[in-house]
Write a protein that binds this ligand. Structure first.
Ligand SMILES: [Zn+2]
Length: 310
């Protein structure tokens, strides 16, 4: 799950949402085939490359289902989703805007890893009841899905587990910005920790450090670090914008009859999003009971935005 802007080739649409594929996915697909084909050859597959190709397709379908779980949860909470993107290290579902409550953030995040764990568990249970050629592929898929599920639950942003941690801290501390900073800092700690993986693997295998493991660990560390930094930046930006309060920009003069209503207590990112999604020159500000309390000019919101971000 992410709030990053998407980019990539459009594969199609699911439930009104664009499914995009980044070219980096093809690089990873080739790497996975090269990695898994020798394993299939070792266990006696007559067409190991074909088996590895089938496995890669199964894995990307699994990633897609993981993202669909995020999409379904976001839809349940009526949060707009613009795209699902499949890329080098898995996938991301672009949800527009932040969660409004800790519970929203918790459920839209946790359903992804739970789906991966469920797919892994199902593959593991089904494998012994299938022909040997299918069994090997299902066991490999079970292994990868279980790893994906567990890794995604690691409590650091930008991972799903980081969003779960942020939701829990947000619920406990009642401070979304502080929760984001803590979850992002945890993400940075895990990014640095990821760099030690090749050494841990070499030690457990009793071999020397493998170049492939170093490259993969560096890639994972970069992904975690840049995602965590992006979350910190987004929080600082949201904090800077929080000084813009609709009620404080209100004019006493009545709004025209056709002016769209806007809650007077809207502020910061939520206010800018509402104005962007429903453009008009003037809005009528309303209180909790829907009673008009003044008017708000869009140009005044623009000016306040420029002052806040200067
Ligand atoms: Zn996810």
């Amino acid at each position: 799950m992410s709030t990053r802007l998407p980019g990539g080739l459009r594969l199609g649409r699911v439930a009104g949402v664009d499914v995009l594929v980044r070219p980096s996915l093809l690089v990873m697909a080739v790497v996975l085939v090269v990695l898994f084909a020798p394993q299939f050859e070792l266990v006696g597959y007559s067409s190991p490359v074909l088996a590895a190709l089938v496995l890669v397709v199964v894995l990307y379908v699994s990633v897609f289902l993981h993202e669909c779980a995020h999409l379904a949860a976001a839809r349940l909470y009526r949060m707009p989703v613009s795209s699902i993107t499949l890329h080098l290290l898995g996938g991301e579902t672009v949800i527009e805007g932040e969660s409004r409550t800790p519970a929203q953030e918790l459920w839209t995040s946790v359903v992804g890893p739970l789906t991966s764990l469920a797919l892994g568990g199902l593959s593991l249970v089904a494998a012994p009841h299938t022909p040997p050629a299918v069994e090997g592929i299902l066991l490999a898929s079970a292994y990868v899905n279980l790893v994906v599920g567990v890794v995604n639950l690691v409590p650091g942003l930008p991972l799903d587990g980081g969003h779960v941690l942020r939701a829990v801290l947000w619920g406990l501390l009642r401070d979304q910005s502080l929760a984001t900073v803590v979850a992002a800092r945890c993400g940075q700690v895990f990014a640095v920790a990821a760099l030690s993986l090749p050494f841990v693997l070499a030690r457990t295998r009793g071999t020397s450090v493998q170049l492939f493991d170093v490259a993969l660990a560096a890639l994972i560390a970069w992904f975690l670090w840049s995602g965590a930094v992006q979350s910190l930046r987004a929080t600082r930006w949201a904090e800077a914008l929080d000084v813009i309060v609709a009620r404080e920009l209100a004019l006493a003069e009545p709004a025209p009859d056709d002016a769209p209503p806007l809650p007077a207590d809207l502020r910061g990112v939520a206010l800018l999003r509402s104005v962007a999604m429903n453009p008009a020159p003037v809005y009528v500000l309303v209180d909790d009971g829907g009673r008009p309390v003044g008017s708000l000019r869009a140009s005044d919101v623009d000016a306040a935005y420029r002052r806040a971000t200067d």
